[in-house]
Design a protein around this ligand. Structure first.
Ligand SMILES: C[S@@+](CC[C@H](N)C(=O)[O-])C[C@H]1O[C@@H](n2cnc3c(N)ncnc32)[C@H](O)[C@@H]1O
Length: 324
């Protein structure tokens, strides 16, 4: 039976849901890893937090980073290069895959993953030397010990599945977490802007809105959050108007044909889960509506077998917290 002794992480607040000791008997950890009940009872989170969802987040992470071409935007990477121990927060970190990768790529940084739920966190003994995880609910104001602490605040995929709050509340929380001159990086998509991909005839990939595609149409109808999240298309003026930031840059990653199959599988997985959760949680009760939604999921899977491909606009926005 192997025993692993862990060292502590300097300058990183850590929450350990499993054990407060630093010596772990490996054979016992496996049994500690049952799937969490889902959806989480504390929030109106729209997705699961079980092992399968964690696997989806991990696959999605590598697909998104390949599309985007970086973990940290080059401007932010440059800004922390000469800071002796920059502090990076990943808010709504999920299973912490981005936080763990950034901690590996920037060994001089200390990285803190924060989420309202620790259900998808790895056991503490597996965390990197310079990474840690803790709890933070974005519906609550930023606690005093986290205010003004971070050189970089990263947030990804918080709009479609995250809490149903106004964008200005999110922006205010992220501003408060940052040190003056610290950077926000926001990676996200507006899922009603998913596109269907046509086979290129002249070497150019063409896309058209999937808005009227049955599963999209129904999810838009039942989740009705387009108005709340579509502002990401206008990242720059929105952050400008919120105030307290400068040097705002917004980009959309170009479509990469070699990633389309993976993007399609990930889209199908999340749409199927959203549909199932809507039905299981009795958010849709009419037998006709339930049957329409089920049929739309089957149609999507059949169309995929016939060569349907999805893609989406993948946004990255960065902004620097102003001094004033
Ligand atoms: C789609 S996942 C994205 C996870 C991660 N950012 C990524 O890109 O892999 C959305 C995350 O938002 C978190 N979340 C939902 N409501 C939240 C809240 N009120 N405060 C903090 N995190 C929240 C969920 O627990 C989940 O981990």
């Amino acid at each position: 039976m192997a025993v692993i002794t862990m060292t502590s992480v300097p300058n990183v607040a850590m929450h350990d849901k499993k054990s407060s000791t630093t010596t772990v008997v490996v054979q016992e950890v496996g049994s500690d890893h049952d799937d969490d009940a889902s959806p989480h009872p504390d929030t109106d989170y729209k997705l699961n937090r079980d092992g399968r969802e964690s696997l989806r987040l991990t696959a999605q992470h590598y697909c998104l980073v390949a599309r985007q071409g970086f973990l940290l935007h080059p401007t932010l990477a440059e800004s922390i290069r000469n800071i002796s121990q920059p502090r990076i927060a990943d808010v709504a970190t999920g299973n912490g895959v981005w936080a763990a990768e950034v901690a590996r790529e920037y060994p001089h940084a200390s990285v803190l993953g924060l989420d309202v739920s620790d259900a998808q966190y790895s056991p503490k003994w597996t965390w990197g030397r310079n990474s840690g995880f803790d709890l933070y609910d974005l519906l609550q104001d930023v606690p005093a010990h986290l205010q003004g602490q971070f050189d970089v605040v990263h947030v990804r995929l918080i709009l479609a599945a995250g809490p149903n709050v106004d964008k200005n509340i999110f922006i205010d929380r992220f501003r408060k977490l940052l040190r003056p001159d610290g950077w926000l990086q926001w990676d996200d998509l507006c899922y009603p802007n998913v596109h269907l991909v046509q086979m290129p005839t002249d070497g150019v990939v063409k896309t058209s809105s999937a808005r009227d595609y049955p599963i999209m149409h129904l999810l838009n109808k039942y989740l009705s959050q387009e108005e709340r999240i579509s502002w990401i298309d206008h990242f720059q003026p929105t952050i400008q108007q919120a105030g307290g930031f400068d040097s705002i840059i917004h980009s959309v990653a170009p479509v990469r044909p070699e990633l389309l199959t993976m993007e399609t599988e990930l889209t199908i997985a999340v749409f199927s889960d959203l549909a199932n959760i809507l039905i299981l949680n009795s958010r849709i009760t009419s037998p006709q509506e339930v049957s329409d939604l089920r049929r739309a999921v089957v149609r999507m899977c059949n169309d995929r077998n016939e060569g349907l491909l999805f893609t989406y606009n993948w946004h990255t926005g960065i902004a620097r917290r102003s001094f004033a």
